[in-house]
Design a protein around this ligand. Structure first.
Ligand SMILES: *Cc1c(COP(=O)(O)O)cnc(C)c1O
Length: 394
């Protein structure tokens, strides 16, 4: 298939749900992607935070190849070596969260967490934060804040409310004897790259304990080394009752998981489940991915590279930049104007980045990105942000 045919076919048969860029990517390695004409791009989007290990990680590729010849699918009503290995790994990642439920995506992990909170407490209320993004299926969409995602789909699930982020007083008022859980992104991703104050998360823990509500953290984007620790909650000293993860969990293979603490009750057969959840193929990929994150100390790398990148970004002398913020390699550059033209200018210079809301450029590079690549990113960003109306390349 040539490029023209690929564009035509996808344009004809697509659902229409995606704003598509006219580039055809066919392979990747580390933080680089190559298009069909073998032009190299620097990937600072990682598929929205999926490719923390970089593209085509050899250990993940080998695990997939090997497992695919042995056993691809097996429902969790039977035992399996890969699932056991993964459970053992995940059950020891966050002290206090020993049990795990497997699913296939971020939104599914949030759906499961919400059901677990309601069945544990017998209460309906879910409190989430303003600007929050938790997914697009009805339960997690009801916790997602932005009207852009919600409009047209009402009525959403009852029992949800939203509080301002990092505001202890508002949270104290919102959590009541009817609250099943407070659901929080430890670093808000889609909402603009905002980091929770440790004092806020600690207060949330105390308030939830006082009122008998559960604390759920959504680490779908912030997890697996992204912020400089295995999970962002580890910057706060708090143990949540439930932790949702997905995106980078299985090195790019679709998988979600919910880590479960002792306050979660009533999880008995039939209460919840997933056909594909914990299948041996995704399981083998996840074992390889988490092992690689640990062996290569990708969290440590993200911490170090994040400090370096943030410093360099703060040195960019552009009147357009309002603020640079974030944690590890989850970084937002808030501009005084809309970011879309700047993302386009970056793309024309072969760098892929994301927005977070209308005015923030979001950088989520693979954690294996090199110093040379980081320096290149900063140089190009400085060029692009030097002018009010970014020009096309060449
Ligand atoms: C991406 C994301 C989700 C949804 O994940 P999907 O796999 O797209 O369903 C949920 N929560 C957060 C914080 C995310 O970044």
């Amino acid at each position: 298939m040539n490029a023209k045919e690929i564009f035509e076919i996808e344009s004809k048969y697509t659902s229409g749900l995606y704003t598509k860029q006219p580039i055809i990517f066919v392979r990747g390695q580390g933080a680089s992607l190559w298009d069909i004409d073998d032009v190299e791009y620097l990937d600072c989007a990682s598929g929205h935070g999926v490719a923390n290990l970089g593209h085509a990680h050899p250990k993940v590729a080998a695990a997939l190849a090997e497992q695919s010849t042995k056993l691809i699918t097996l429902f969790e009503s039977f035992y399996n070596d890969q699932r056991a290995a993964l459970m053992q790994k995940m059950g020891t990642l966050v002290p206090g969260l020993e049990r795990v439920f497997f699913c296939n995506s971020g939104t599914e992990s949030v759906e499961a967490a919400i059901k677990f909170a309601r069945i544990s407490t017998g209460r309906p209320g879910i409190v989430a934060a303003m600007r929050a993004f938790h997914g697009r299926t009805m339960g997690s969409l009801s916790a997602t804040y932005n009207k852009k995602y919600r409009e047209g789909f009402e009525p959403l699930v009852p029992g949800y409310s939203h509080v301002p982020y990092n505001n202890i007083e508002a949270l104290d008022k919102a959590i009541t004897s009817q609250t099943a859980a407070f659901l929080l992104e430890v670093v808000q991703g889609e909402g603009g790259v905002y980091v929770a104050d440790p004092a806020y998360v600690q207060a949330a823990r105390r308030i939830c304990d006082e009122r008998g509500a559960l604390l759920i953290v959504d680490e779908v984007q912030s997890g697996f080394g992204r912020t400089g620790k295995m999970f962002a909650i580890m910057h706060t000293g708090v143990t949540p009752d439930i932790l949702c993860c997905a995106k980078s969990l299985a090195g790019g293979v679709p998988m979600g998981a919910v880590l479960i603490g002792p306050a979660v009750k009533n999880l008995v057969p039939g209460v919840h489940g997933s056909t594909f959840g914990g299948n041996p193929l995704s399981g083998a990929a996840a074992v390889a991915a988490i092992t690689a994150i640990q062996e290569e100390d990708l969290a440590g790398q993200a911490a170090e590279k994040g400090v370096y990148l943030k410093e360099k970004l703060q040195e960019i002398n552009s009147p357009l930049i309002r603020e640079v913020r974030g944690q590890g390699l989850m970084i937002g550059i808030e501009l005084k104007q809309k970011v879309q033209p700047y993302l386009k200018a970056l793309q024309e210079r072969h760098i892929l980045a994301l927005n977070a809301g209308l005015t923030t450029i979001r950088l989520l590079p693979p954690l294996v990105i090199t110093k040379v690549q980081l320096d290149h990113l900063v140089k190009v960003l400085a060029e692009v942000l030097a002018t009010e109306a970014p020009s096309s390349a060449e």
